[in-house]
Design a protein around this ligand. Sequence first.
Ligand code: ATP
Ligand code: MG
Length: 349
Amino acid sequence: MTNDIILTGDRPTGQLHIGHFVGALQRRVEMQNSGKYKSFIMIADAQALTDNADNPGKVRDNVLQVALDNLAVGIDPDKSTYFIQSTIPELTELTFFYSNLVTLARLQRNPTVKSEIQNNREKFGASVPVGFLTYPISQAADITAFNATVVPVGEDQLPVIEQTQEIVQKFNNTYGETLVMPRGVLAENENARRLPGIDGNAKMGKSLGNVINLGDSADVIATRIKTMYTDPTHLRVEDPGHTENNPVFTYLSVFAKPEHFAAFLPEYANYAELATHYERGGLGDVKVKKFLNEVMQETLRPIRERRETLARDPGEVMEILRQGSIKAREVAAETMARVKKAMKLDYFG
Ligand code: ATP
Ligand code: MG
């Protein structure tokens, strides 16, 4: 048993997708099952409101959906603590104190925030909510409240983790050694760290609508794959194709295992052989997409089935969240007491 603590979470802005699965969820499950970590799984409802303030119903509904997705992939409530962010007022309190340690210019330079503002330009226009701009501060509160040492994330979140590290350093330098320094952990497979969207966008994102969800039906998966972006210069079967920036191939490189080739496309032993043929020319997109569909159906079927079973009893899922939130709050309250002491705010003992 190491002393490592994991804090990780998702925004309840939609169901979780295959980018989450390979970019973050699989790692969470592996780490949980290794028995070497204590894990906290946060449903970041307060953070979801920073760009959905006008849509509380959406956030509320997706709390259950995101919990179902985590449960379905194997995050076990007996081994990991699930909680809802907004039920822990200490997180808001920490955010307020940490915001004195961060400059406006630093937030405006944060590459994650910058690109998310860009993605949200239709919604925000020139008016970015303060809460959205400052969500990296609240993320620092989430991570440090649980003394997390390890934060499994997709690549898009690394700059936010860096900002947390700066806050921790600044806090400890100013008020004395109090907060634990965390580090971000990425998926091993490079292509899984930022899975592209089915439209070819560099990132599959809930708010971008370019997703295959973990809970999608077999029909929806098949339709999404049929309409997927692929190499636009690969017009005829004989043409040489590009596998780079071609999400069909990126997904295959992440999801297709030798047993999938053996079962559905035995003329190729592995991904490398298939990719070489496509690049040489003579391999059509329809055939490749048909194979990708088989692979995704095999991968997602057991997750969807577990999800459907769990979804029959939403009360049970909410009870997991309720109990976890009580446990998580105790930990956050301990950190809060240490923070207040360090900041000389412990007036009444
Ligand atoms: P939103 O568009 O609302 O921000 P999202 O799809 O980015 O949704 P989050 O809830 O913000 O999902 O992210 C949850 C976790 O999944 C984070 O660690 C994030 O880095 C990771 N993640 C999100 N999208 C991808 C992706 N396409 N590839 C790999 N990891 C991802
Ligand atoms: Mg996101």
